[in-house]
Each structure stands twice: as C-alpha cells, then as structure tokens.
Design a protein around this ligand. Structure first.
Ligand code: PNS
Length: 178
C-alpha cells in the first residue's frame, strides 16, 4: 500500500528569514563567515545594520551597507538593510523568525545570552540562533581591525579587499594597495 508522507514537500515549506543584526563598522571576515554559513541554513539572510545615533562610527550606515553588499554579492539569498530601534521590531516588520548571532569566545556568551533573553521577553515568536565562529576568526572584531589599521598594520587577512582599502584611506595608512 502507498504510504502517504506527512512531511511537507520542500517547495511548499514557508520561507524562513533570518536577520543578522549588528554595527558592522566595518564588516569583517568573521562576520562573512557567519553570513555564509547562515545562508546555508535559512532561505533568506538579511544583514541588518543598526542606525545607532549613540555611536561615532568610522563608516556611515550607507558606506557599511555598500561594503556588505559587495562582500556578499556571491550569495543570492543574502541582502543588506538598515534599521532604527529594537531589533525584534525590525524582525517582525520584515517577517523574520530568526535572529542570527555569532559566538566567538566565552566572554561573548554572557552579553549574547542576556540579549537573547531580553529579545525573547519582547517577542516570543523570534528565536535567537547562535553560530560558533570558525576558529580562525575567534579573535576578530571590527574594533581590532580599526586599531591595527590606525597603527599602520596590515588588515588584508581580516577583511575583504574593498573594505581594507577603504579603511586604509580613512587612516592614511601606507598599507593601502589601490
Ligand atoms: O555588532 P554589535 O554592536 O554587537 O550589535 C549589537 C546589536 C545591534 C545587535 C544590539 O545592540 C541590538 O540589537 N540593538 C538594538 C536595540 C535592541 O533591540 N535592544 C534590545 C536587545 S538588547
């Protein structure tokens, strides 16, 4: 007798949208690692740049969006956007059910868990999913990249080439290649 499957055929499954929120000032290879791996798990990944008037960033939100779009142009299911206010409000606005975050070291965990719990109290529908950062990027942060570049070091191994050249320009760093 023909067995009727209760599993929903792939094509009929609802689209799962994940947002990957952050400052991305600038996007590093560590961020890119999370985006690439997240894009294999979810149908769409929206890299969401927080418009944070409380911070003095190196790059404007528009510059950061441009850097992210160039760095992810090989990933068709990834897009970049900016948002104001609460991350969960933005997630609900675009129909995202997942909030993606990377975990590097143990010290990230406390802050990230607090954020995940806070977000859960604000919106029970949204699940935070943590991806362990690949070991080679465990030390990497946007702040470290900026610090190295500010003191004339090379950041070519830490960010995409187009991002590196924009950072070198900001700091008038002789490591500049183009
Ligand atoms: O790249 P960052 O700075 O680690 O990103 C932090 C970010 C933007 C994800 C976090 O600060 C955030 O979600 N801010 C938006 C305000 C918000 O939703 N606050 C409640 C959760 S703590």
């Amino acid at each position: 007798m023909l067995k009727i499957s209760t599993v929903i055929p792939y094509k009929l499954k609802p689209t799962v949208i994940a947002i990957y929120p952050g400052s991305f000032d600038p996007i590093t290879l560590g961020h890119l690692d999370i985006i690439e791996r997240g894009s294999k798990l979810f149908d769409r990944v929206v890299v969401a740049v927080l418009r944070n008037p409380g911070k003095a960033p190196l790059f404007t939100v528009e510059q950061r969006l441009c850097q992210i779009r160039t760095a992810t142009k090989h990933l068709p299911q990834v897009e970049a956007d900016s948002f104001d206010g609460l991350t969960v409000a933005y997630a609900n606005l675009i129909g995202a059910k997942v909030l993606l975050r990377g975990l590097r070291v143990l010290s990230d965990f406390e802050k990230e868990l607090q954020m995940a719990h806070t977000n859960k109290t604000l919106s029970t529908e949204i699940e935070t999913v943590f991806l362990a950062t690949s070991t080679e990027y465990g030390f990497l942060s946007s702040s470290i990249v900026k610090e190295i570049a500010r003191f004339n070091g090379s950041i070519d191994h830490l960010v995409s080439p187009h991002v590196a050249s924009e950072i070198y320009q900001c700091y008038n760093n002789p490591s500049i290649h183009s």
